[in-house]
Design a binder for this molecule. Structure first.
Ligand code: SF4
Length: 338
């Protein structure tokens, strides 16, 4: 599933080019739209789980943590009857609860069962795959090194699949030099799914150099959506004077897109949650603006940003052809026919 997608055309050629109908005295600006961008299959599935749960069980449905890291999505679901809480203890007895796409420590479903709560797990199947990998290594007696960002819910969830102390976290090449393992011949690594592909390659390289016998996935566990969105940004970054990444400040994959743009030829790259956050002074006299969106940002927000740009510039849009994603994930059986 990680390699899903085909390359239908030359990604350096615009697949679609459109121009503002009312070209007037406004300055000209070409928008390069990264492709793919925005929602991934795991996010689509997680949102659908909350929507279907609301249809099937009525309001309210509780959701532990933001279902995906996007306020617009969360507020839309709140308006339909979802109640977002941070911990299970905030869910009253007798109401359904959904676990977010980032995954949860094993203690969370265990506690839900103890309380006889009905729960739906919206953990992305690609995150669950990492959980199973870590469990397999642990069963084989290995100590596990997790490459990821401390405190991110996915990292908390992955560490929480195994007993305390079984998983060691490394966040950087520097951490690799100092991490202390019990037996260097009996270790394995897994990674967070939403990391920078390039940074992670360096960290994995450092792990393999320090621990020659380390076991792990072929490359890393970064998911197809994260990889494809970073590739798409790399394809346009050098051609752009500035880049806007539509996404939330707590969205790991969105933050990585800003870094990827900055490191690949577009130093002026920024995250915006909505059009109202665009700093027009910062954009200044840019002539070529890249726009992309993190995996938890809906296309509605990309369109909102484009419309705001159109109000100030005579816009030409070039949508770059890129990897055609065709990944879908099944819903939990209990909701499949809801
Ligand atoms: S970004 Fe990747 S791991 Fe996260 S929900 Fe999307 S597909 Fe799943």
């Amino acid at each position: 599933m990680d390699s899903a997608g085909t390359r239908p055309g030359d990604r350096t050629n615009p697949a679609r080019a459109t121009k503002s109908a009312d070209a007037g005295t406004r300055p000209g600006l070409t928008i390069q739209l990264a492709n793919p961008r925005g929602f991934c299959a795991g996010v689509e599935r997680a949102i659908q789980i909350v929507e279907r749960a609301l249809e099937k069980y009525g309001r309210p449905v509780y959701v532990r943590h933001e279902i995906v890291h996007n306020r617009f999505v969360v507020e839309g679901l709140e308006a339909r009857g979802a109640i977002f809480v941070e911990e299970l203890e905030d869910v009253p007895d007798g109401f359904p609860v959904v676990f977010s796409a980032h995954g949860v420590p094993k203690s969370v479903p265990a506690e839900a069962e103890r309380r006889d709560l009905f729960y739906l797990d919206a953990t992305c199947p690609l995150v669950s795959k990492v959980h199973r990998e870590a469990e397999r290594h642990f069963k084989n007696g290995k100590q596990i090194i997790l490459v990821g960002h401390a405190g991110h819910p996915e990292v908390v969830g992955t560490i929480g699949q195994l007993p305390e102390g079984a998983v060691l976290l490394v966040q950087s090449v520097e951490d690799v030099a100092t991490v202390e393992v019990a037996d260097t011949s009996n270790i394995a690594y897994v990674t967070q799914t939403t990391l920078s592909v390039d940074d992670t390659a360096e960290i994995v390289d450092a792990l393999c150099k320090r621990f020659a016998l380390i076991d792990g996935p072929k490359k890393e566990d970064i998911c197809y959506a994260t990889t494809n969105r970073q590739e798409a940004v790399k394809a346009i970054a050098r051609n752009c004077d500035a880049m806007l990444v539509v996404g939330a400040p707590n969205s790991s994959n969105s933050l990585r897109l800003v870094e990827v743009a900055q490191r690949n030829g577009c130093a002026r790259a920024r995250l915006v949650q909505r059009a109202s956050e665009i700093d027009w002074d910062w954009l200044g006299k840019a002539e070529r603006l890249g726009i992309t969106a993190g995996a938890s940002a809906p296309e509605t927000l990309v369109n909102e940003v484009i419309e705001a740009v159109r109000e100030r510039f005579d816009v030409t849009i070039e949508e770059i052809s890129g990897i055609n994603e065709n990944v879908t994930f099944k819903l939990p059986r209990v909701l499949a026919n809801a």
